[in-house]
Design a binder for this molecule. Sequence first.
Ligand SMILES: Nc1ncnc2c1ncn2[C@@H]1O[C@H](COP(=O)(O)OP(=O)(O)OP(=O)(O)O)[C@@H](O)[C@H]1O
Length: 662
Amino acid sequence: MSLFVVNRYLGDEEEESDSIRESHAQRLLARLQSKAKEREQRETSPKRAKKRPAAESGESGEPKQKTDKPKKKKVKPTVTPEVPEPVKEEEPAGDKKKDGKKKKKKNDRLVDDAKQITKTDEGGVKVKGGEMQKENQENQEAGLPEVVVPTGFTVLGGFENKVAPKVHRVLPQWLAQPDVILRDIRRNLVAVGAVQGLSPATLKKLQDNGVTSFFPVQAEVVPAVLECVAQGLLVGRGGYRPRDICVSAPTGSGKTLAFVVPLVQALIGRVVCEVRALVVLPTKELAQQVCKVCALYAEGSGLKVVMLGGQKSFAAEQTSLAEQRGGKWKSLADIVVATPGRLVDHINKTPGFRLDLLRFLVIDEADRMIDSMHHSWLGQVTKAVFRAGSGSEGSSVFRRSEPTHITAASLSPPQMPLQKLLFSATLTMNPEKLQQLGLHQPRLFSSTHSGPAPSAGPASAKSQERFNFPEGLTEYFVPCTLSKKPLLILHYILHMKFCPLLCFTNSRQAAHRLFLLVRLFGGVEAAEFSSRLSTAERKHTLRDFQHGKIQLLICTDAAARGIDIEGIKCVVNYDAPQYLRTYIHRIGRTARAGKAGVAFTFLLDVQRNSFLKMVEEAGSAGIKKHSVKHQLLKNMAPRYETTLKELASAIKDEKDQFRIKV
Ligand SMILES: Nc1ncnc2c1ncn2[C@@H]1O[C@H](COP(=O)(O)OP(=O)(O)OP(=O)(O)O)[C@@H](O)[C@H]1O
């Protein structure tokens, strides 16, 4: 019961409209009642019901109840008028023509019905034709508004078939406009004395190591990194956090020295030994190679370089990282070169191994390292770098927290910034992938054009990324069959004298089988390099190959990336690589440091078109055909046949031996 009744004067209009509404409602009710009667009558006469179309008689799968109350649509207009489903009636087999005609008629009717539905601005639908239209006509006559059924759905369709315009990749500015690195090493050498920022000690060290000129990538990147530490390790240019640096330059262009030289110079003045530079690489062999270069340039400076790659035992690595003095852990490493797995193990298990004063994080073979991100090694490193309560025993100067937006407050007091340096010959241009690295205002140095090849036509617009190949490299493809491959490789060594030759297979089994075959054939000093061998065996093999004791090294992609062996003049892809990046890294083992080299790829007929297209679109200067005359191989055929038989028994023996061991 209401306490106060407030009477409102509704006016004459209101009264009038009420009476009109009442009469409309009565008329509507009368019409609905008559329709209900009609329907009842229809449903009681079975003959008529059979003749009626399925959709009308409610056989379209709709429950009968709904058809009994058709007026609900008008009373509750939220029900979407449905395009009737075609009736699925089982027809006797063999009457296909009739069936087809019937279906066509039904479908035509459905299309007609669908055409009668039009969209309204309010998101509802008006239906032309049928009962709804009749109602609307009656309503119009009676001066009532049209029946519009609001659905809330957008009616799809009615669009023309159009060819969608091509989506062109739009790169962020830092990726689209890199600092250009010239590709031709020999013609663009820069005297080390002309490079800005190098200290006399560094110049001397370079001279001692026989480096008188910098390669283009070094001439660009070394001063850029040195500029970031011109005001000490705490702040970059203008007092701000230094920008991260990404480098994409061809294989063998000297990327290692481009980070080792500035790192050593930046850290040389340090007073306390702490891990300030961390270099992460994908394989043990690569880590060892880079560690060697770091040690060479750090020699005599007092900086300590430690490698964590599983070459030594875990305990031995722990001892080389930190020691306890006066009850406190002291770092024994300034520069750590590591593989991701081993690094994470030490972060979690080695007491005294701290990264809270890390200044440089170098990610070599960065594209590969991004792919191995699922191991979350970067997350672990970042956690260790910004560990809560870290810093040199609370000293305010070294207080460190995870970087946020730059504000006056965030820059005071200055924190030791973490600068990331990324290097690869096939650095991804995919911003989403690079984003995983959390780069800070990155700067790209690149010798690669990211756009499509101008000559390659429209097909290349959707092609993969483009990379630069070493200037001195000549690429060939060799059409062949599976059975001819071993003969070809023997021909290259024995007749063409391509030594030392690095031969890539796609699996360690294939590498081993080819190694056995070549050894049984005789006349060639061969070795294999794959995960079948222990770390020590692999190390010895690489050393022997480097010293010229091995003519043919048969390997898997374990040797495809980064391995720097002087004097490899020829690379053979015995098995065609599946991925472009693999191809680039494999052939990049030759034509290094501005020298010349050749790469052959054995191609089966089925592989030919796709492989050549992939290489052409990637920016290759051109891959030529190299055919070997059948006659040249024929001479080796009889011996090869007997070798094959020997190979079968050799493989069987190996299997037996393996079974006995197990
Ligand atoms: N300034 C230089 N003068 C002479 N030789 C150099 C110079 N810089 C690098 N080199 C030599 O060039 C070779 C290739 O260098 P490096 O291994 O750094 O190439 P990279 O770009 O890292 O190749 P990859 O992408 O295959 O790893 C090495 O043998 C190195 O000693």
